[in-house]
Ligand binder design. Sequence first.
Ligand code: FMN
Length: 387
Amino acid sequence: MPVITEIADLKRIYKRRVPKMFYDYAESGSWTEQTFRENTSDFDQIRLRQRIAVDMAGRSTKTEMIGEEVSMPVSLAPVGLTGMQSADGEIKAARAAEKFGVPFCLSTMSICSIEDVAKHTSRPFWFQVYTLKDDDFMQRLFERARAAGCSAIVITVDLQVLGQRHKDLKNGLSAPPKLTPASMMNMMTKVPWGLEMLGTKRRFFGNIVGHAKGVTDPSSLSSWTAEAFDPSLDWDRIKTLMDMWGGKVVLKGILDVEDAKKAAELGADAIVVSNHGGRQLDGALSSIRMLEPIVKAVGDKTEVWFDSGIRSGQDVLKAVALGAKGTMSGRAWVYGLGAMGEKGVTAALEVIRKELDTSMALCGHRDIRDVNRDILLVPRNFSGDWD
Ligand SMILES: Cc1cc2nc3c(=O)[nH]c(=O)nc-3n(C[C@H](O)[C@H](O)[C@H](O)COP(=O)(O)O)c2cc1C
C-alpha cells in the first residue's frame, strides 16, 4: 500500500486508476471554473495563529451534527455516480464512514440504491434529494429513505438547472460509460477498475431506474434528469417537501444571507453554506468567504455547516473557527474512493483528522468544541465589501 500523507496523494492515484470521463466529472467546475478554483485558493488567505505553552494532552475532535455524535465535524457530502469511481462505491464509502464515526450522505444520483446501502451498513445514513417535479416519486423516495432508517434528508436547493461542465459534454459522460473509440481506448488502460466493474451488477442509477416513471431503459435517464428537476422551485415547495419528510432536514446550497434567513425561518435543522463545489454558478463567491456573514445572521437559529473547497484538516479547522458546526467534504473522499476503494476513503478521513487534530493543538486548543475565531488571522474585508 502506498504511503498516503495528504489528500493530494490520493488524487494522484485516483487519476491514474479511474477512466478519464469519471475523473473529469469530479475534477471540474462549471464554465470557466473560477468559483471552483477560488473555493480552495481562498482558504489559503486565512492563516492560523500559533500558540505555545498550552496543555495539549487529551485532545478531542468529537462533536455533534444535528444531534448525532461524530468523531470529527466532517461528513461525506452527497456525490452522484460514485459507484462509477469504484465498483459499489457508495457501499464502500458508507462503510468507511460508519467505521470512522462520521455521517455518510447518499446522493439521489447514486449507483447503489438506498436499500443496497442500508443492507451493508448499520449506522443510519442521510439521504440527499433534489427538488423534483414528480410528487409521487418524491413520496416514494421519502418512504424508501424512511424504510432504510435514514436519520435525515438533505434537500439540495442550488440545482434547479444544471451549471454546464464542459468536460462532461466533451467526454459524453454516462453511467455506465458509452463505448466510443475514445472511451474504450482510455478504459483499456484502466484494467483493475474495469475488472472490478465487471464483477458488480450495480452499474445504473439505483435509486431511479425501475422506480421513476418512464425510466425502464437506463439510456433514457439523461432526458429524465433534464425533465424531472423542478425549475419553478420556491420556498413554499421547499416547505412542502420538508413536511412531506416530517423528520430532520438539512438545506444544502445556501450562499446568501437572505436565503439563509429564510431557510432558518422555515425550520431547517441545519443549512449548508455551499456553492456545490463550484459546479453550479460560476462567478459566485467562494463558500468560505460567505460562511461568516451567514453564521452571524442565523447561527443562533439553526446549525450552519460548510462545504466546498475542503482539502485538508486545516480547512476544516478554519471553517469551524468561522462558526461552522459541521462540514461536508466531497472531492476529498472521492479521490480516496477512486484511488483505493473503502481503504482510500478511510485514508482520506485519517489524513483530515490528523491534520485537524494537530493543527488544533498547535493553535492552543484541546477540544474542537472550544475552537473559535481567535485562532484565525483573517484578511480585513475577507467576506468583501461588495455593492
Ligand atoms: C462529482 C461530484 C458529484 C456531486 N453530486 C452531487 C449530488 O448528487 N448531490 C448533491 O447535493 N451534491 C453533489 N455534489 C456536491 C457535493 O455534495 C458538495 O457540495 C461538493 O462536492 C463540496 O465541494 P468539495 O468537493 O470541494 O468538497 C457533487 C460534487 C461532485 C464533486
